[in-house]
Design a protein around this ligand. Sequence first.
Ligand code: NAD
Length: 500
Amino acid sequence: MNHADVLQAAGLSEAETTGGTLAVTSPIDGAEVARVAETQPGDMPEVIARAQEAFRAWCMLPAPRRGELVRLLGEELRSAKAQLGAMVTLEAGKIVSEGLGEVQEMIDICDFAVGLSRQLYGLTIASERPGHRMMETWHPLGPTAVITAFNFPVAVWSWNTAIALVCGNPVIWKPSEKTPLTAMACMKVFERALKRFGADAPEGLVQLVIGGAQIGEALVTAREIPLVSATGSTRMGRIVGPKVAERFGRSILELGGNNAMVVAPSADLDMAVRAIVFSAVGTAGQRCTSLRRLIVHESIREELVGRLKKAYESLPIGDPRREGTLVGPLIDMGARERMREALARARADGGRVHGGQPVSEGVPAGGAYVAPAIVEMPEQTEVVREETFAPILYVMGYDRLEDAIAMQNAVPQGLSSCIFTLDLREAETFISAAGSDCGIVNVNIGPSGAEIGGAFGGEKETGGGRESGSDAWKGYMRRATNTINYSDRLPLAQGVRFDI
Ligand code: NAD
């Protein structure tokens, strides 16, 4: 299918994809595929007012009824999976199975949220006062802004939106300016669900705004939006976090990662090699959870690096639409330039670089294709401590597990981490308080490819937010503590006497 056919299959009309001010290119070949209309800053007050109005109606609908809309969304996503997956491939450059996988993740979170819509429960707590009962109730919070990054152009929206909707919150979505088309296609799917759901859904329940940082900032600074969920770079979070905090809003920040794997002497190396290659080169190293640092025991370092170099040599790099391709393009030429710069810095620090060169043969012209790089580093230098959003795997050696854990933790980011070991003591130490300081800590599994059932997010400069499963829903609601006196006395807490 050519680019235009993909847009058409996803239900995007010519009027929607031509004549606008935002040029959208495909990383597959750098070709301009559309020009879409941008939301104007002057439109934002109206968008926000509509969301507030929608909140008033939506928050009063019983949560299981709200869940019905998400159930229908899951159904519509199932039938649109191929078309939406192809849009992800077109606009973000993911290989076909990863594009489809992203849509599957959307379906999974819908299923989770439907169940959740009957489980938004609080605790009953023992009161110290006789004839009293204490409990907590969870209420909808209000309009929720969802700002998303290019590398998960639809899944991150769904993690937030499926949960926000069952929690009773309308959503205003600002996707990355690099992937507005996938967002527009996704809204078509949502609108089909909305139509089937009927009149209970207020107008403006989920709105899409298109544009860059300026449009995002209009959401970030709006007092009427109690929650801003923002996914992207740490640079963005450093601006967004304080601005939301300044107006006492709540934010869920999902920012950059710099994820490591420790490979211990007892590791199953066959499994480790597969996990390393998938997590370091999958999505061309453009996942927040991509493996970027390999901390390997000196006794197996040479063998492991040798096996990895061999695996890297035969990686099928190229057109992400082609069957068999495992490494598609980087998002744009700027990303390729940043990769080149990082490799030059690593070399200057004494790193030995294998691969990492631009690829122009056997790939579509105009795309930013690269050979993934393995870099053997003498130590964890500054460039290793930064997140370069490209397939660079830095390799460092260790002798004692404490040193490996210290190295894993000695970066500003704290998203995902893992250890490969068959030694129970090592595994338990790594996931204990003395171990990894990340939000995701795995054993014998790579750092990427999280399931939606767990809470997703990380510590330190990753922002501290949690999305998706477990009790992440609590971030989308407000908690009220209720104390009910069913006695005929009025005892005060802490034994305080105040007789009048
Ligand atoms: P980015 O920071 O350039 O942009 C992300 C989003 O923030 C975009 O929609 C952008 O328009 C918006 N934005 C930028 N500045 C803003 C501002 N001042 N106010 C409001 N909005 C603003 O990130 P990117 O290049 O699209 O994505 C890659 C980054 O995202 C990587 O660092 C990656 O690790 C991170 N990421 C993190 C997670 C996670 O869950 N932790 C998931 C995916 C991506």
